[in-house]
Design a protein around this ligand. Structure first.
Ligand code: GLC
Length: 556
């Protein structure tokens, strides 16, 4: 079927279901809650939804450990509630993409239970290895969440590979039967009417032959032996050919450690294995490779990441744009300022929403939700955070310091319940919430922002509307006018004579901005800003975290 690439004109909203909205009062977000909030999502201007996993799952990694791929967890309302949400979204002109998690399953999945008992045809569905002499592990790889990447199975008397949690065994994608299962899953959901997939750590699905030891990495050893592995492109091409090509879809691959050059191997439109990638470089402007190796924030690093992806993919592939998701702390707490929460939140929106690509907004980002800092480490739910707190440098760092570290780096920062109102539990549930609500909900919530024209929520609405109205923002070319500046991001978009100029200050202190050559601000319309803007010739002195968006129409 022809791929119309409808995703290029859309803005997506990511729902992390557990914490979005509880509709049945059991304290856990669900699809009844999503149904109630479809109009809210539409009111933002979003016309796409990405659902983090909704499938039955023991919940060790909050749904990324799946025990049945062809169903919806009863906790979320089951298949019936899903149908209603899917129809409701489609009636509102929204597309819906599902999370496809096929690098691993839950150890409670029937396939794994049969595989450990060597019941055919499941014996080789996972990556099993005997112990090396002396009971040693098959290789020196680390898991991303819980120590070593191998777990001994008493029943089968072998080790299995788990790149993530112990309860997330990796599938053996080299087994053609496993690939058939993946295609069945794809066809099943496409037949239900979903519009595409966000493919979880999809670049990990092909492991290097022989699973060699890793001598290079100080941590997450092994990653270069399973990321972008030898047959990943064959497998993606196979999924496209045998399952996806019958539908007009959007496929978005999550890709840790990927450069834009390498990304083209996946997203070059002539190859068409994936439509876009979730890259991590724009999430590394204040850390080294992972959120747990913090560095001071550098606007230059952020700009460099955006610019490289904008330029490299231009005309060949498509970008996915984001600043938050369920795997990273809140962006205002990272790249902005909690002191200037609203101002910097608006500026950050402008820093990415007007780039070329398909923007994603993560639940609560549009409200300016910020990091959550519990006093008690036991309140953390995330498997990675809990392991990190208990084990990382625990022999030298006192508890207090490790707790602070989690405050900055934990994924749970983004997973506290959505703050709908100043009512009890932030209006998220009428029951007891499954997870702590951030104390600041009385001031930061959707209800308080709904009718305030200057709220961040309404700023997001205006920004998205602008994207929708101006084709130049969706399809124009990109130029960074001040790549060396450590405080300002000044970029423009151009389509024919029409131009848009975006000015973002990443600092509190005043900075002198002068319009780039060829841009006469007196001929432009100021279409968006986070302070009232007085005219001052062809430049201005910035206020803290100021942003302005100028539109130069065709004939000006
Ligand atoms: C991806 C998901 C993350 C999950 C991991 C393992 O990175 O986004 O939430 O923990 O894969 O499935």
């Amino acid at each position: 079927m022809e791929q119309t690439r409808w995703y290029k004109d859309r803005v997506f909203y990511q729902i992390w279901p557990r914490s979005f909205k509880d509709g049945d009062g059991d304290g856990v977000g669900d699809l009844y809650g999503v149904y109630e909030k479809l109009d809210y999502i539409q009111s933002l201007g979003c016309d796409g939804i990405w659902f983090s996993p909704l499938y039955p799952s023991p919940g060790v990694d909050c749904g990324y450990d799946i025990s049945d791929y062809m169903d919806i967890d009863p906790l979320y309302g089951g298949m019936e509630a899903f149908r209603k949400v899917l129809d409701g979204a489609h009636e509102r002109g929204m597309k819906v993409i599902m999370d496809l998690v096929v690098n691993h399953t839950s150890d409670e999945h029937e396939w794994f239970q049969k595989s450990r008992r060597r019941i055919e045809p499941y014996t080789d569905y996972y990556i099993w290895r005997p112990a090396l002499p002396g009971g040693k592990l098959p290789n020196n790889w680390d898991s991303q969440f819980e120590g070593k990447a191998w777990q001994w199975d008493e029943l089968r008397q072998e080790y299995y590979l788990h790149i993530f949690a112990v309860k997330q065994p990796d599938l053996n994608m080299d087994n053609p039967l496993v690939r058939e299962e993946v295609k069945k899953i794809l066809r099943f959901w496409l037949a239900q009417g979903v519009d595409g997939f966000r493919e979880d750590v999809i670049t990990f699905i092909s492991k290097k032959d022989g699973l060699p030891n890793d001598y290079w990495m100080p941590t997450v050893r092994g990653i270069f032996h399973y990321n972008h592995g030898p047959r990943v492109h064959d497998y993606l091409a196979e999924f496209r050919r045998d399952a996806l090509s019958g539908y007009d879809t959007f496929t978005l691959g999550e890709a840790p450690l990927v450069s834009p050059r390498r990304a083209l191997d996946y997203v070059d439109e002539r190859r068409g294995q994936l439509d876009a990638m979730i890259q991590f470089q724009s999430m590394e402007a204040d850390c080294f490779m992972t959120d747990y190796v913090p560095l001071p924030f550098s606007a230059r690093r952020l700009k460099r990441a955006f610019d490289r992806w904008q330029k490299k993919l231009d005309g060949r592939g498509w970008n996915m744009l984001y600043l938050e998701n369920h795997d990273h702390p809140r962006v205002i707490s990272r790249y902005g300022s909690e002191k200037y929460r609203v101002e910097s939140g608006k500026m950050l929106a402008c820093a990415y929403l007007f780039l070329k690509g398909t923007p994603f907004i993560y639940q609560g980002q549009e409200l300016g939700m910020v990091n959550w800092r519990p006093d008690d480490p036991d309140l953390y739910e995330d498997v990675q955070t809990r392991w990190h707190y208990a084990h990382m440098l625990s022999h030298i760092l006192p508890d207090r310091v490790r707790l602070k570290w989690c405050h900055r780096s934990s994924r749970d920062n983004a997973r506290t319940p959505m703050q709908w109102s100043a009512e009890e539990h932030a209006g998220f549930t009428t029951g007891t919430p499954w997870f702590s609500v951030n104390d600041n909900y009385r001031t930061i919530n959707a209800a308080a922002q709904e009718d305030d024209p200057d709220s961040l929520l309404n700023f997001y609405r205006r920004a998205i509307r602008l994207r929708k109205e101006l084709r130049v923002i969706r399809h124009g070319s990109f130029t960074d006018h001040a790549p060396l500046s450590g405080s300002l991001y000044v970029y423009s978009r151009r389509l024919g004579n029409e131009r848009v100029l975006v000015v973002c200050s990443f600092v509190e202190r005043p900075v002198r901005f002068r319009a780039p050559d060829g841009f006469d601000l007196s001929r432009a319309e100021l279409v968006l800003c986070n302070y009232g803007a007085e005219r001052s010739g062809n430049g201005f002195i910035t206020k803290p975290y100021e942003c302005r968006v100028y539109h130069f129409a065709q004939n000006r």
